[in-house]
Design a protein around this ligand. Structure first.
Ligand SMILES: Nc1ncnc2c1ncn2[C@@H]1O[C@H](COP(=O)(O)OP(=O)(O)O)[C@@H](O)[C@H]1O
Ligand SMILES: Nc1ccn([C@H]2C[C@H](O)[C@@H](COP(=O)(O)OP(=O)(O)O)O2)c(=O)n1
Length: 230
């Protein structure tokens, strides 16, 4: 297994794509295998959304969201063996996965002031990662880290994505999950500021018919080829 010599140039990997394509599981495993840091940017948008919900901010009012976007202190731990996320010192890893946060996150993350704030955090974490980092989200290759060494865009059919997600949410109806995913993708892809999009120089990987292990192997190989200068 290649762990990267301490003196090796840090490698920056951007992994984008819609919900349920395997971004988090793939990125975390690739980072662990290659000795890199790992950042789940969706968790950061969920964390700021959790703070807005908890503090009673009107989520239908982008001006109200923008006015307080700088208030919460969001800290992401980037060890792939145990990623963490806190807001004002509170561990929110569980609360950010509730249905309430999931259904509100697209509205909050569409507000430009929120994106500016979170993008700054992401860039500072990427610069600080000594060996390099795998950063996953929606706009990493296009906006956050346009000079990334490797950009991957994961896709999968809505059916496969819904089946994966409803497998996680025990008892969730697969059709309702599919509709909710499609709605969130549409909102994330159509917002004005930094929408979900494939960068022109990203490698697209359709994961519909691949196992998670196959996707991980594919991305590890692509990173190693980049490092070898191929
Ligand atoms: N290629 C795959 N085949 C089957 N299941 C997968 C695959 N990739 C990911 N999964 C599973 O699908 C679910 C969603 O994956 P996740 O990595 O959270 O996606 P994303 O971050 O893109 O929303 C997880 O339960 C994960 O284990
Ligand atoms: N780079 C990013 C990452 C996520 N977001 C927003 C849009 C997404 O619907 C939410 C939640 O992202 P997350 O990756 O946690 O979503 P799923 O794992 O697919 O459910 O955050 C974003 O706008 N930009």
């Amino acid at each position: 297994m290649e762990n990267g010599a301490p003196t090796a140039k840090p490698v920056i990997v951007a992994i984008d794509g819609p919900s349920g394509t395997g971004k988090s599981s793939t990125s975390r495993a690739v980072a662990a295998q290659l000795g890199l840091s790992y950042l789940d940017t969706g968790a950061q948008y969920r964390a700021i959304t959790w703070w807005m919900v908890t503090n009673g901010i009107d989520l239908e009012d982008p001006t109200a969201i923008a006015a307080v976007a700088g208030k919460p202190e969001i800290i992401s731990g980037t060890d792939p063996a145990g990623p963490t996320i806190t807001v004002d010192g509170v561990d929110v890893a569980g609360p950010i996965r509730t249905q309430e946060v999931t259904s509100s996150v697209s509205a909050v993350s569409a507000v430009p002031e929120v994106r500016t704030r979170i993008t700054e955090l992401q860039r500072s974490l990427a610069v600080a990662a000594e060996r390099g980092i795998v950063v996953e989200g929606r706009d990493i290759g296009t906006t956050v880290l346009p000079d990334a060494d490797l950009k991957i865009f994961l896709t999968a059919s809505p059916e496969a994505r819904a089946a994966r997600r409803s497998g996680e949410l025990k008892g969730a109806d697969v059709n309702a999950t599919r509709e909710a995913l499609i709605k969130r993708d549409a909102a994330d892809s159509s917002r004005k500021t930094s929408p979900l999009a494939k960068a022109g120089d990203a490698v697209e990987v359709d994961t519909t018919e691949l196992t998670l292990a196959q996707v991980i192997e594919c991305v590890v190989t692509l990173v190693e080829e980049k490092r070898a200068g191929k």
